[in-house]
Design a protein around this ligand. Structure first.
Ligand code: ADP
Ligand code: MG
Length: 659
């Protein structure tokens, strides 16, 4: 293949005036601090009220002709009001919150005599039983005499809606045209086909890829072939080719990606690459936290996946705290989730054999763990959050300020509201297995073959029911830079490590936690085995469990540190001392589903927020995990690095968003 066509450079940035919230996130594609600095120097326009009407207009309907609707677009919702035959007394589906919209497009009729243009939105409302179902709504712009004028109107709506979804500024004066839209964000999706119950690929194909296409995002997809494949892959990645790396699996695959980024010579820049997680594993703790941050009700399975995919399509990122964990051998790894010893790590590792149950493996593991409850003697020392570092280094010492300006790319002539089938690519990625790579449509240099009859069922939704079926509006400019295959540096080959007969990765300690000299220095920690500086607190005794957690969730439905934030700069230490009854421990875990365990007044339960800690097991045998991955057993210590990474969270939700 010839040289890669370069994409246009990152456009300039604008400030987001539309977000209804005060907790600002950065929107798609902005990683440069200089952009942030420049934006800070600009005046910040006040956010518009959530109900401010931005567009209002009358549309016909499709495929049934006859009813007419008044549409009103606000920063938070599309309001649909039937005008004819008569206004509905109790309108059904009259309010479409943007939090349930993946994307939109414009269409035209196959009949050349039809001068109407069509505006179609993809929505994922919750059904009666609470689970989400995909639904499309198509409206007919027919107010003008010519197709061109109607198309301009349909494009105006599609552009405005896409801008709102992606957190872009709408001009208060001037035209809303597709040129306002920046080029589509480019995602690298990494899928672990053995994640969870082995359904990750199927869920990705059936739910994630259609939604990402609807959102007009550009992607390449690679299925991992072995443990640590993703870790090696991101080490050789040309990061400037991507706007984010998304893992489609459980927490383990993201752990690989973050550690791979931090093992690069350019780790400082690399770790800022926005990462996202789409939950298809059995342990989906971070996704549970993202789901809650996005304002959705707690969810599991496909519902959690759809929620997180909706958030991902919106873009928006926050700094992500990363915990540097040094093990007894001196090796170091980075954790975004948890360090666990005792009951939690025992359940995590011992329930690997019930992987076929998906997340229910932890429930079964908990029941079995309660039956054979152990206590472990150990010592826990920590630097309380309220203490200043004993030898602070200003660059790393304190949590980053919470306020992050919202940035968005400035207009670039590259709208991506057109929608076309997914294609399987006989990829030009220099990867061992071409079958494991997939790329989104439009790439001229990739030979295209239809994937199982196409992606988001175009004909069925757009034209199946009508007598003049619709097709993507051919006059909408197609995204020039999307999608493209990345040039990936060669990755080490070696015989693919096959999962064990049960499809499980080995539950042996992770032998590949290599000594890393890269990543930020742990200035709060003296060497393991040496005395701790003043200001640290130490306690020794028998513990049922010790858990250090960074975000709020320990599992998709386990809220271990309810008040934790992705970027609070804190490691939340929870411990349960020996002497607790099985019933009381079970009550703690049941309460943790709602994050109310801390108010149970359980005398054996302890909690504190810290900046660093040291854990010294005094029991010779046991299991230690970092982010659910087993590591070598022995003393370890860890320091929080506030906001070291960047997590794609989507926009933050607001109370009552997900009734
Ligand atoms: P789950 O939540 O289901 O455990 P994870 O994302 O945590 O899913 O992945 C479990 C383990 O599988 C991780 O250790 C990860 O590194 C490993 N892994 C990733 N890709 C593969 C693969 N293709 N084959 C086997 N193991 C893999
Ligand atoms: Mg896991």
């Amino acid at each position: 293949m010839g040289p890669q066509a370069r994409l246009s450079p990152l456009p300039g940035e604008r400030l987001d005036a539309q977000r209804p919230d005060q907790e600002l996130t950065r929107s798609w594609g902005h990683r440069s601090e200089s952009a942030l600095d420049r934006a800070k120097a600009m005046a910040l326009p006040l956010p518009l009220a959530a109900s401010t009407p931005l567009l209002h207009g009358e549309f016909g309907s499709y495929p049934v002709r006859g009813p007419r609707f008044a549409l009103t677009l606000t920063p938070q919702a599309l309001h649909i009001q039937r005008l004819r035959p008569k206004p509905e007394a109790r309108p059904r589906g009259g309010l479409v919150p943007l939090s349930e919209v993946s994307g939109c497009c414009t269409l035209r009729s196959h009949s050349s005599s039809d001068s109407a243009a069509y505006f179609c939105i993809y929505t994922y409302p919750r059904g009666r039983r609470g689970s989400r179902r995909r639904a499309t709504r198509t409206f007919c712009a027919d107010g003008a005499a010519t197709y061109e004028e109607n198309r301009t109107e349909a494009q105006r709506w599609a552009t405005a809606l896409t801008c709102l979804l992606r957190g872009q500024l709408l001009p208060t004066d001037g035209e809303i045209t597709p040129e306002l839209l920046p080029r589509p964000p480019r995602l690298l999706l990494l899928v672990n086909p053995f994640g969870g119950r082995g359904l990750a690929w199927q869920w990705c194909k059936n739910h994630v890829l259609p939604m990402i296409s609807e959102a007009g995002l550009s992607f390449n997809l690679i299925q991992t072939e072995r443990h640590n494949h993703a870790r090696e892959l991101v080490q050789g990645l040309s990061l400037s080719e991507w706007d984010s790396i998304i893992t489609v699996s459980g927490d383990g695959l993201l752990y690989e990606v973050l550690n791979g980024l931090l093992e690069r010579p350019d780790w400082e820049e690399a770790v800022k690459m926005p990462v996202g997680i789409l939950p298809c594993g059995s342990g989906n703790a971070l996704a549970g936290a993202v789901n809650q941050h996005g304002g959705f009700e707690p969810a599991l399975g496909v519902d959690l996946l759809l929620n997180c995919s909706l958030l991902l399509c919106r873009g928006g990122s926050r700094p992500l705290d990363l915990l540097s964990v040094t093990l007894a051998s001196g090796s170091r790894c980075f954790s975004f989730l948890s360090v666990a010893w005792g009951f939690v790590s025992d359940v995590d590792i011992q329930s690997e054999r019930f992987r076929a149950l998906g997340s229910a493996r932890f429930t079964l593991g908990t029941v079995l763990g309660l039956a054979t409850l152990h206590t472990y003697r150990g010592r826990l020392s920590y630097l309380p959050a309220t203490m200043e570092a004993s030898s602070p280094t200003p660059a790393h010492g304190l949590p980053r300020a919470k306020s992050e300006l919202t940035l968005a790319p400035a207009p670039a002539p590259a709208p991506a509201v057109a929608h076309s089938p997914l294609h399987r690519s006989v990829s030009d990625l220099p990867l061992p297995l071409p079958q494991s790579a997939l790329t989104s449509p439009g790439s001229p240099e990739l030979p295209n073959l239809l994937l199982n009859g196409g992606g988001p069922e175009l004909a069925g939704d757009w034209g199946g029911a009508g007598d003049t079926p619709l097709s993507p509006d051919p006059l909408l400019p197609s995204p020039p830079g999307s999608p493209k295959a990345a040039i990936l540096s060669p990755i080490s080959k070696g015989a693919p490590e096959m999962p064990s007969s049960s499809g499980l990765p080995s539950s042996k300690p992770n032998a590949t936690v290599a000594v890393s000299t890269r990543g930020p220095a742990d200035h709060l920690l003296p060497p393991l085995g040496t005395a701790l500086p003043p200001g640290w607190v130490t306690m020794e005794g028998d513990f049922v469990l010790i858990l250090a957690i960074s975000p709020s969730h320990l599992g998709a439905d386990l809220v271990a540190a309810p008040h934790a934030r992705f970027d609070d700069g804190l490691v939340h230490l929870c411990w349960v001392r020996g002497g607790i009854s099985r019933a009381a421990l079970l009550r703690l875990f049941l309460a943790m589903e709602h994050g109310s365990h801390l108010s149970l007044d359980c005398p054996q339960l302890g909690y504190t927020a810290a900046r660093a800690f040291r854990l010294e097991p005094l029991t010779s045998r046991g299991v230690l995990t970092v982010d659910g991955e087993q590591v070598e057993y022995g003393p370890l210590q860890a320091q929080m690095h506030p906001g070291l990474g960047t997590l794609l969270t989507g926009p933050p939700g607001w109370p009552g968003q997900d009734p």
